[in-house]
Design a protein. Structure first.
Length: 393
């Protein structure tokens, strides 16, 4: 149960709730920045999501059609088919070309679903993304190349591998344009590099700022700190739900507004859900963290259950402090081994979680011992007074 009573000092109360609101907005901004950094600049995450994209049937259908188009541009399958047909059958050349293209798409789709194609796709994406991040960080370009003032990625080897499966590898025309994707224009490269540096910096400092704002609000709320702590947990949960809602609504808006071709919409919708899966994981992690903060506030509260739990643990706190901290450590390590949230899988998030857990446990232990001393002191005083009043035999 939340205890959101007003802090007696009006100005202090205004400052406290202003800090909580600012911390909530900062948490939202930090979450989006962390998602952007990990989704766009982390090669492992990029490779993982790319593999999931190709494993999706809707996306694979579109990719298959695109690859067949690229092969057709380099091999001109319709022209070669027209040459191969006898003169009496040239009238059916358009129909045969359409049938050949449809069969090619099915063949490519089947090939892309194989383990061989999946491995080739992962390796291509890993190499390409690693090289792109290298460029954006201002280092050497590696396997990327510059073409017409921009940084491009050459997918020629992948197209050639698929063409080999179709049996037309030896008929591809050499074309310096087909199969190349423009990643960054030269006049946009400097801005992209500045954006990458900003994302890396903000993902760290916005997180630390949000924690600092929450901590300052709790510190200033003297007499109502537990209520503000629980309100902070509710704010974090709210941010998690906002991210989930934004993920769903923005995805629908993008598909309905910017994708005019109906056949492409299932693939774009699947791609959006796959590429924002990490954002959903961050949102779920925030909801879990917020719930943990509310539970911590409850365990430190005046309810009968909370006081009974603290009273039950007092002997452990007083006599077996090492055993208690060891048990907490093993529980924390078990959670890390499970890795239920993204924060438990990164050194930065792990450090913050460990520090907050240690501080919270120690404050809870001291609270329980302080209450035990206050409860036991009157009992000792009463027993002493009774002994003084007892008449001698």
């Amino acid at each position: 149960m939340l205890h959101l009573k007003r802090v007696p000092n009006t100005k202090r109360a205004l400052a406290v709730w202003t800090l909580v609101a600012l911390a909530t907005l900062t948490t939202l901004a930090a979450s989006l920045t962390i998602w952007t950094k990990r989704q766009l600049l982390d090669t492992n995450e990029w490779t993982k999501s790319s593999s999931q994209l190709l494993a999706d049937r809707n996306v694979r259908d579109v990719v298959s059609q695109k690859i067949v188009d690229l092969i057709n541009q380099r091999a001109d399958l319709r022209k070669q088919l027209n040459r191969a047909l006898p003169s009496r059958a040239k009238g059916i050349s358009p129909i045969a070309a359409v049938a050949l293209e449809s069969a090619s798409v099915r063949t490519v789709n089947s090939f892309l679903a194989t383990a061989q194609a999946q491995a080739l796709w992962r390796q291509t994406n890993r190499s390409a993304h690693s090289a792109l991040v290298t460029v954006l960080e201002g280092k050497s370009t590696g396997p990327l190349e510059t073409s017409k003032g921009g940084v491009v990625l050459d997918l020629g080897p992948l197209v050639a591998s698929v063409a080999k499966q179709l049996g037309v590898a030896g008929r591809l025309r050499t074309n310096p344009v087909n199969g190349k994707i423009l990643l960054v224009r030269s006049n946009e490269l400097a801005n992209a590099q500045h954006a990458v540096r900003a994302i890396r910096i903000l993902s760290v400092w916005l997180t630390l700022l949000a924690l600092a704002l929450f901590a300052l609000a709790i510190f200033l709320a003297r007499g109502r700190r537990r209520g503000v702590l629980e309100a902070s947990g509710v704010s974090v949960i709210l941010v998690g739900f906002v991210l989930l809602i934004v993920r769903r609504m923005v995805g629908d808006a993008v598909v309905n507004t910017y994708v005019s071709t109906e056949s492409y919409r299932p693939a774009i919708r699947s791609a959006w859900l796959i590429e924002t899966r990490l954002l959903a994981n961050i949102a779920i992690a925030l909801i879990a963290y917020g719930a943990a903060v509310i539970v911590a506030g409850f365990l430190g509260g005046p309810s009968r259950l909370a006081r009974a739990i603290r009273r039950m643990l007092v002997p452990v706190f007083r006599q077996s402090r090492a055993v208690f901290h060891t048990a907490v450590l093993f529980l924390f390590l078990a959670i890390l081994a499970w890795g239920p949230t993204t924060g438990t899988q990164r050194l930065f998030g792990l450090t913050i979680l460990a520090a907050l857990t240690a501080i919270g446990i120690e404050l809870w232990r001291r609270q329980a011992l302080r209450e035990y001393q206050l409860e036991s002191a009157p009992a000792k005083t009463r027993s002493g007074n009774a002994a003084k009043r007892k008449p001698p035999r």
